[in-house]
Ligand binder design. Structure first.
Ligand code: PHE
Length: 409
C-alpha cells in the first residue's frame, strides 16, 4: 500500500540569506547594465535599430542558480549574435528581470517586460511553476515566450505563443524509470516529492506510470515543501520501506539537504533525480552524500562533441571558469533559435514571429537538434549522468521515440 504524507510545516533555512549574499555583486552588475541600457539619450537613438528581448528568471530566490545560468547563456548568445552583425543588421538588446523564483513575480515581470519595455519576445522562466504563471501574459499580448528549460507539459498548453527549448517531463520521467528498472535492475522504488511544485508532481506521475509498466513497484511516497530544513521524518519512513532506489524529482536547494540527511540516517541506496538537481550549488549543500546518485538531464558538458566543447570553452572563458549547466546551454540555444526565427520572419511582429518559431526544424543547438512538435515542445534526447566527487559523469543518451507530431512537420 502507498503511504503519502502531507508536507510538514514550513521552516525556512538560515543558509539562504548567506547564499544570497554571494549574489549581490552580480545583481549590482545586472542593475548597472540595465540602467545603462535604458539611459534615455541612448534609448531614443537605439529604439529603431535594436531588437528588444526580455529575459526573466530566478536571480535571487530559492533556485537562483537557474536564473543566473540562464542569464549567462542568453547574454553570451546575444553578444555572439551582435558581434556577427546582429539580426538582419539590427542588434539585440536583452532586458533582464528577476522573478525571485516566485510564480506571482514571474507573471508580474513578464507583464512589465511586455507593457513597459515593449519587448518583441520573452525568454523565461526556469522552474515550470513560474513559466506557467507568466505564460498567459505572453499569450494574451501575442508576444512569443520561449521557456528554455521548463519541462512540465502544461507550460506550452497555455497557448500557441508559448514554446520551449527542452523536452517534456513525460519523457524525462520515463527515461529515469527505464534506467532504474533496466540498468539498475531496481524493482522497488520510493518517491520523495516537492508537494507544491508542478514540476515535481508531474515527474512523480510519469515516473510512477513508466515504472509500473516495467513491473516496478512504488513502495512508499513522501512529500516536502520547497525550503523545508528537516526531511528526516520522511526519510526514516522511506528507509523502513526498504526501497532499492529513491526518486527525488525536486530542485537542488532541497535535494542537497535531503541527500545529506538520507546518508546520515543510513539510507544508502542510489538516489535518482532529474534536471532540477543540475546546479553548482547542489554540491555545496549535498557534498559527498550525492555520490552514487543518478540524474536525467538535457546535455553533458563533458560530451566530446565539437559543438559542446566549443560552447563550454567559450562559456568558461567568459564566466571565470564556470562549467555551463543545462540551464545555461538551453537558454543559449533558446536565444539562438529565436534569432533565427526573427531573421526568417523578417519582422518582429508577434503573429509572424510565432509562425516562424513554430517552424523551427533541425536547429543545431548545443543541447541537441531542436525541432518543434505541433505542441511547441522540442523533441530531443536526454542523458543520464552519475554524480561523483562534484562531477556529473556521462552514462548514456536516451533518444525520444519520434512522435507523429514531429513527423507531421
Ligand atoms: N525542468 C525544470 C522545471 O521545469 C527546470 C530545470 C531545467 C532545472 C534544467 C534545471 C535544469 O522546473
Amino acid at each position: 500500500m502507498l503511504r503519502f504524507t502531507a508536507p510538514p510545516s514550513r521552516s525556512r533555512r538560515q543558509t539562504k540569506a548567506q547564499l544570497r549574499s554571494s549574489l549581490i555583486p552580480l545583481l549590482l552588475l545586472a542593475t548597472i547594465g540595465l540602467t545603462l541600457s535604458c539611459a534615455p539619450q541612448q534609448r531614443n537613438a537605439e529604439d529603431r535599430a535594436t531588437i528588444k528581448i526580455g529575459f526573466f528568471g530566478d536571480l535571487s530566490g530559492p533556485t537562483f542558480n537557474f536564473g543566473q545560468s540562464a542569464m549567462n547563456g542568453v547574454l553570451m548568445a546575444a553578444d555572439e549574435i551582435n558581434q556577427a552583425g546582429g539580426i538582419n543588421g539590427r542588434k539585440i538588446d536583452i532586458v533582464i528581470e528577476d522573478d525571485k523564483g516566485s510564480p506571482e513575480a514571474a507573471a508580474q515581470v513578464a507583464g512589465k517586460l511586455i507593457s513597459n519595455d515593449k519587448v518583441v519576445a520573452l525568454i523565461g522562466a526556469g522552474a515550470s511553476g513560474n513559466s506557467l504563471a507568466a505564460a498567459p501574459k505572453a499569450q494574451s499580448a501575442q508576444i512569443p515566450l520561449i521557456a528554455p528549460s521548463s519541462t512540465n507539459p502544461a507550460v506550452t498548453q497555455a497557448g500557441d505563443y508559448i514554446f520551449r527549448a527542452c523536452f517534456i517531463d513525460a519523457f524525462q520521467g520515463e527515461v529515469m524509470a527505464k534506467f532504474a528498472a533496466g540498468t539498475l535492475k531496481a524493482k522497488k522504488a520510493a518517491i520523495m516529492l516537492d508537494f507544491n511544485s508542478p514540476y515535481s508532481r508531474g515527474l512523480t506521475e510519469y515516473f510512477e506510470l513508466s515504472f509500473a509498466k516495467l513491473d516496478g513497484q512504488i513502495v512508499i511516497k513522501q512529500s516536502y515543501s520547497q525550503g523545508d530544513a528537516d526531511y528526516r521524518g520522511q526519510l526514516s519512513a522511506i528507509k523502513a520501506a526498504e526501497p532499492e532506489v529513491v526518486y527525488i524529482p525536486g530542485y537542488y536547494g532541497d535535494v542537497g539537504l535531503i541527500a545529506k540527511q538520507a546518508r546520515q540516517l543510513g539510507l544508502t541506496v542510489p538516489l535518482l533525480g532529474a534536471d532540477g538537481w543540475d546546479a553548482p550549488e547542489l554540491w555545496e549543500l549535498g557534498g559527498d552524500s550525492l555520490n552514487g546518485s543518478y540524474i536525467s538531464n538535457h546535455y553533458s558538458a563533458d560530451d566530446p562533441s565539437e559543438t559542446i566543447q566549443k560552447f563550454a570553452r567559450a562559456y568558461r572563458q567568459r564566466y571565470s571558469n564556470l562549467t555551463p549547466d543545462a540551464h545555461a546551454a538551453l537558454a543559449y540555444d533558446a536565444l539562438r533559435f529565436l534569432a533565427e526565427a526573427i531573421q526568417k520572419a523578417g519582422t518582429t511582429e508577434g503573429p509572424k514571429l510565432r509562425d516562424a518559431l513554430a517552424e523551427t526544424k533541425n536547429f543545431m543547438g548545443v543541447t541537441g537538434i531542436i525541432s518543434m512538435d505541433r505542441d511547441r515542445n522540442a523533441v530531443k534526447p536526454a542523458v543520464i549522468l552519475e554524480l561523483q566527487d562534484r562531477k556529473y559523469i556521462y552514462q548514456e543518451t536516451i533518444q525520444p521515440e519520434t512522435s507523429p507530431a514531429v513527423q507531421s512537420h
